[in-house]
Design a protein around this ligand. Structure first.
Ligand code: BTN
Length: 333
């Protein structure tokens, strides 16, 4: 409901100063009685809202679950990303839901979140594991005017935006492992899965799926992932409000998508490169059963990895699994 979002946004903006019922009603375009009723309802779902005749209403704490209105209120006005937000308690895969929305003709910018996925998908046909209520699992529907070989740009935007959002919120400086892993040290913090429908010359729609580990403790991960995965909580010792994390991520994605549309992808690629842990290293790139070894030299304007092989030839790699040192198989790993 639009007035709910306006009302929450007004509470966030007022901060510790608080806001009167009158002003809240004016901002939300509702009458004072509806405001009082709504405040009670928000309290029931976990918002701590203080009321006083001196300062009016003050929002002290938001619930630790994902709510569409809460995320929308936090992001404020956006150009594209987050124009429509849906949150599922459980779904098969947010990418699957967003791909269905695309076929139904929903406008670009729609975002689907889930507290848990029963069939979360990773790259290369793998599964993506999640522990209910501890991650940010999201998929963004886009309709970019790009050719299919340029789709890697969106994966780059996804990884760069995730790294920036994490850094702005937590001060941690994540690196990126080409093409899609956001890592800290050697451990994976987030993964990105881009899926699309396209013809030879034009992408019809593209879904950018992001899985970011937020509040998992080490033991929340299955044994085989423990050594390879991390979370914001493991890295900072702090529990994070996931709506805040989600909002930071949507803001970065909106900004970068605008930059790409305005012809400034090169700037994003440069930021991405400055975080890239792959470049300058000897790597092995696996595609199915074949593997190419070489030195990762650069990414080109489309986001492809340029690999100098032992024979001195430079190969342009569009996909695959990069191994930096020892083998790192597995969905989240
Ligand atoms: C990978 O590193 O293999 C990519 C993982 C992508 C996982 C996210 S979680 C939200 C979205 N929905 C999915 O089913 N997958 C992506």
């Amino acid at each position: 409901m639009k007035s709910d979002v306006e009302m929450l946004r007004a509470l966030y903006q007022a901060g510790a100063d608080g806001i009167s019922t009158n002003s809240l009603a004016a901002k939300a375009g509702a009458d004072q009685t509806s405001i009082r009723v709504r405040i009670q309802e928000w309290r029931h779902i976990g918002f701590q809202i203080e009321a006083s005749p001196h300062f009016g209403y003050r929002l002290l704490e938001a619930p630790h679950r994902l709510l569409g209105e809460d995320i929308a209120a936090r992001i404020g006005p956006v150009r594209v990303v987050g124009r429509q937000i849906q949150v599922f308690q459980e779904t098969s895969s947010t990418n699957e839901v967003a791909l269905r929305l695309a076929v139904d003709g929903v406008a670009e910018g729609a975002v689907v979140f889930a507290e848990h996925q029963s069939r979360g998908r990773g790259r290369l046909g793998r599964a993506w594991f999640d522990f209910t209520g501890k991650s940010v699992l999201m998929s963004l529907l886009l309709r970019p005017t790009l050719r299919p070989p340029e789709a890697a740009r969106l994966t780059i935007i996804g990884a760069a935006a995730t790294a920036w959002a994490v850094e702005k919120l937590t001060n941690i400086k994540p690196s990126i492992k080409w093409p899609n892993d956001v890592i800290v040290g050697e451990k994976k913090l987030a993964g990105i899965l881009t899926e699309m429908r396209a013809e030879t010359d034009q992408i019809h729609h593209l879904v950018l799926g992001i899985g970011l580990n937020v509040n998992q403790t080490k033991t929340d991960f299955p044994e085989e992932l423990r050594q390879r995965c991390s979370s914001l909580r493991i890295l900072t010792g702090q529990v994070w409000n996931r709506a805040e994390v989600a909002a930071a991520l949507l803001k970065e994605l909106d900004r970068d998508y605008q930059r790409m549309k305005a012809g400034r992808f090169a700037k994003i690629a440069a930021e991405w490169q400055s975080r890239c842990a792959t470049l300058g290293r000897q790597v092995a790139v696996q595609f199915g059963k074949s593997t190419i070894h070489g030195r990762a030299e650069a990414i080109d304007g489309d986001g492809a990895l340029l690999l100098r092989t032992g024979s001195g030839l430079v190969k342009r790699i569009l996909g695959g699994d990069v191994l930096l040192r020892t083998d790192k198989n597995g969905s989240n790993g």
